[in-house]
Design a protein around this ligand. Structure first.
Ligand SMILES: *Cc1c(COP(=O)(O)O)cnc(C)c1O
Length: 405
């Protein structure tokens, strides 16, 4: 067995440096807990960016992975497989959409939504060829492909990667007038995160999604909601858009769709939109493979059967209450829904990473997002006692004096 230092050196010497991880080398996980190579135990308060909503190595999901991979792992979509139909049916019944298009990563699901919206725009709405426009928002995060980073407002995501795909218009997130003014006959879709996760747990003003729904109806455009991080229970409902009682035309999901076991993503839509795809228009070698389908079916079942969505709502308000009662000079604002909370620190606090490093030494694993936000997002099966254990540490670290930088 190698020690942490040796393993970190291997990563750094042989791997591309496109991440800046905390220096904790994990080798085992169970539920909300993970262990490093030296046997130290930590509570995971990131849940792999909400991919592990069901907890690490959930025995039922592991069982589905093992059982299916022993039987049949990949057919490609050139042939059918016995897991795909049931997966589609269960996912449609759960979400209320008529059709599913399976992919692997979140970014691929978003790319699929973009292709569907454009094709719908040309073939159904009648937008002149090459003129389709999609409205997107400042501070968005929809993935890392060249097309997607092409409409990011984050300069680092774009720097050095152009030229970019045309046809996207950036608007201020939460600004109603800006969207009203931007609507025009060539707009085929509005693409939005119902809560911006990577952007720092930013919640738009109440009624914003409803307004977008109305504008899309008035102007014959599609409302596309990216629920890859916010969906599947994270905010205390199956989907974050349900807090505003709307129904989008398309939804992208990923991350927790497999409970962290395997890359599985999907685009959800009704027939009226999904039927723009014909054989040969779009696809993926691994998309909808039997292992992905079996794992996702089980991950969805676990989420529902074990009451994780309700738990997220209930313990999320508890966590929010406890955090709001905190008296710390460092805190600028606390925002969130369900078990998804961002603690924004004042710039003078010296950056969120510093606090995350202290929390790591205290055996609680969090990750900063943007420079000044500590993101709290534990697996959704956490108990109140375990939350108290974490809160003790968060309270302690936020009670410290300002850090020297
Ligand atoms: C993580 C994320 C993505 C991208 O998912 P990948 O699996 O990393 O490609 C897209 N949209 C949102 C909102 C996300 O949080």
């Amino acid at each position: 067995m190698s020690d942490a230092k040796t393993l970190i050196d291997l990563e750094d010497n042989y791997g591309a440096h496109n991440y800046h991880p905390l220096d904790v080398v994990l080798s085992r996980g169970e539920g909300i807990w993970v262990w490093d190579v030296e046997g130290n135990k930590y509570m995971d308060f990131l849940a792999s960016y909400s991919a592990v909503n069901q907890g690490h190595c959930h025995p039922k999901i592991v069982e589905a992975l093992v059982r299916q991979s022993r039987k049949l792992a990949l057919t490609s979509r050139a042939f059918r497989n016995d897991q795909l139909g049931p997966f589609f049916k269960e996912l449609c019944e759960l979400t209320g959409f008529e059709k599913v298009l399976p992919m692997n990563t979140g970014a691929e699901a978003v790319e699929t939504a973009i292709k569907a919206a454009r094709k719908w725009g040309y073939k159904v709405k009648g937008v002149p060829e090459g003129q389709a426009e999609i409205l997107v928002f400042d501070n968005n995060f929809h993935g890392r492909t060249t097309t997607i980073v092409g409409f990011s407002s984050e300069s680092q995501y774009q720097d050095g990667f152009g030229p970019f795909t045309l046809g996207f218009t950036l608007l201020p997130y939460g600004d109603s007038d800006a969207v009203r003014a931007a609507m025009n006959p060539n707009v085929v879709a509005i693409l939005i995160e119902p809560i911006q996760g990577e952007g720092g747990i930013i919640i738009p003003p109440k009624g914003y999604l409803r307004l977008l729904r109305e504008l899309c109806d008035q102007h014959n455009a599609l409302l596309v909601v990216d629920e890859i991080q916010s969906g599947l229970g994270r905010t205390g409902k199956l989907f974050a858009y349900q807090h505003e009682d709307i129904r989008p035309d398309m939804v992208t999901i990923g991350k927790a769709l497999s409970g962290g076991m395997y890359p599985v993503s999907a685009l959800l839509a009704d027939d009226a939109v999904m039927s723009v795809f014909h054989p040969g228009d779009h696809g993926s070698t691994y998309g909808g493979n039997p292992v992905a389908a079996a794992v996702a079916r089980t991950a969805m079942r676990v989420l529902l059967e074990e009451g994780m969505i309700e738990n997220s709502a209930k313990l999320g308000s508890y966590l929010m209450d406890r955090l709001s009662a905190l008296d710390s000079q460092h805190i600028k604002e606390i925002r969130g829904k369900g078990l998804w909370i961002g603690i924004e620190l004042h710039p003078e606090a010296g950056g969120a990473r510093h606090f995350c490093e202290q929390l790591m030494h205290d055996r609680l694993l969090c990750k900063e997002t943007h420079e000044h936000v500590i993101r709290l997002a534990p697996p959704l099966m956490i108990t109140r006692e375990e939350l108290d254990w974490a809160l003790e540490r968060v309270e302690r670290v936020l009670a410290t004096e300002a850090v020297a930088v």
